[in-house]
Design a protein. Structure first.
Length: 247
């Protein structure tokens, strides 16, 4: 979906698809931030046609397709930049209907991401609490100091809120509820905030060791930040929530 801007807005898509005269399509353009883009066997690509944004299926070995790994903030989530040069493609669904389709896909993907974010936030809390119990300073565990207690307590509040929002959105998705789009947007916002907060506080609780490459705290921070930006970032997903609310 996303191109160099990272936006998931169908209106900003510049990749193009034209009929090849034989019942198929030829796709040209570039896509960025494609998760597992160098290894996926099947690619679903949104490109613009005369009718509007449309969804296409592209085989990994198609002629004219090039995939290059991207160097991003989060090395634990492989991303790629894909270049399409008159690549054979198959239309999925109706021509010009990708806008509605991708809105539904984005809601479901946001809930999946929210589950990952709430789990990551919980792990940051667990790591901080364990370190606070075992790390001693001035002859006592650092968890006995009020400042560290407050950090862990604030992390717990964020984690509980994120898990509740994530579970509720997943439940409504399973039930096919009309309230699901709003719940998905809420879960994305809550879990993005919670993961970023706990990832940052996890580094602080760990002190000097938390700033080193040898400790995994920075990997959680990188995943938290990349997840926060994956579908457009805070400004975009707050606007998405307003849109789902009809405001």
């Amino acid at each position: 979906m996303a191109e160099d801007s990272g936006s998931w807005d169908p209106a900003l898509i510049s990749a193009r698809a034209v009929p090849d005269g034989e019942g198929g399509w030829k796709l040209s353009g570039r896509k960025s931030f494609v998760i597992d883009g160098t290894t996926a066997e099947l690619l679903l690509v949104v490109a613009r046609t005369v009718a509007g944004p449309s969804l296409f299926a592209v085989d990994r070995d198609a002629t004219g397709l090039a995939a290059v790994p991207m160097e991003t903030l989060d090395p634990t989530r492989a991303m790629a930049r894909l270049t399409f040069d008159a690549v054979p493609a198959t239309l999925v669904g109706a021509d010009g209907a990708a806008g509605r389709t991708m809105a539904k896909v984005l809601d479901v993907a946001s809930v999946g991401l929210a589950a990952e974010q709430s789990g990551g936030a919980r792990r940051c809390l667990e790591a901080s609490a364990e370190h606070a119990r075992t790390r001693h300073q001035f002859g006592r565990p650092i968890g006995s100091f009020q400042a560290v207690k407050h950090k862990c307590a604030d992390m717990l509040v964020q984690v509980e809120l994120a898990e509740a929002a994530s579970r509720e959105a997943a439940r409504l998705a399973d039930e096919g509820s009309a309230e699901f789009p709003v719940a998905a947007a809420v879960a994305h916002a809550c879990c993005s905030r919670a993961y970023m907060f706990t990832a940052m506080e996890n580094i602080q609780v760990h002190g000097g060791i938390g700033f080193t490459w040898e400790h995994p705290a920075h990997l959680y921070f990188r995943r938290a930040k990349s997840s926060q930006l994956l579908f457009g970032g805070p400004a975009v997903y707050h606007e998405r929530l307003l849109d789902r609310l009809g405001i």
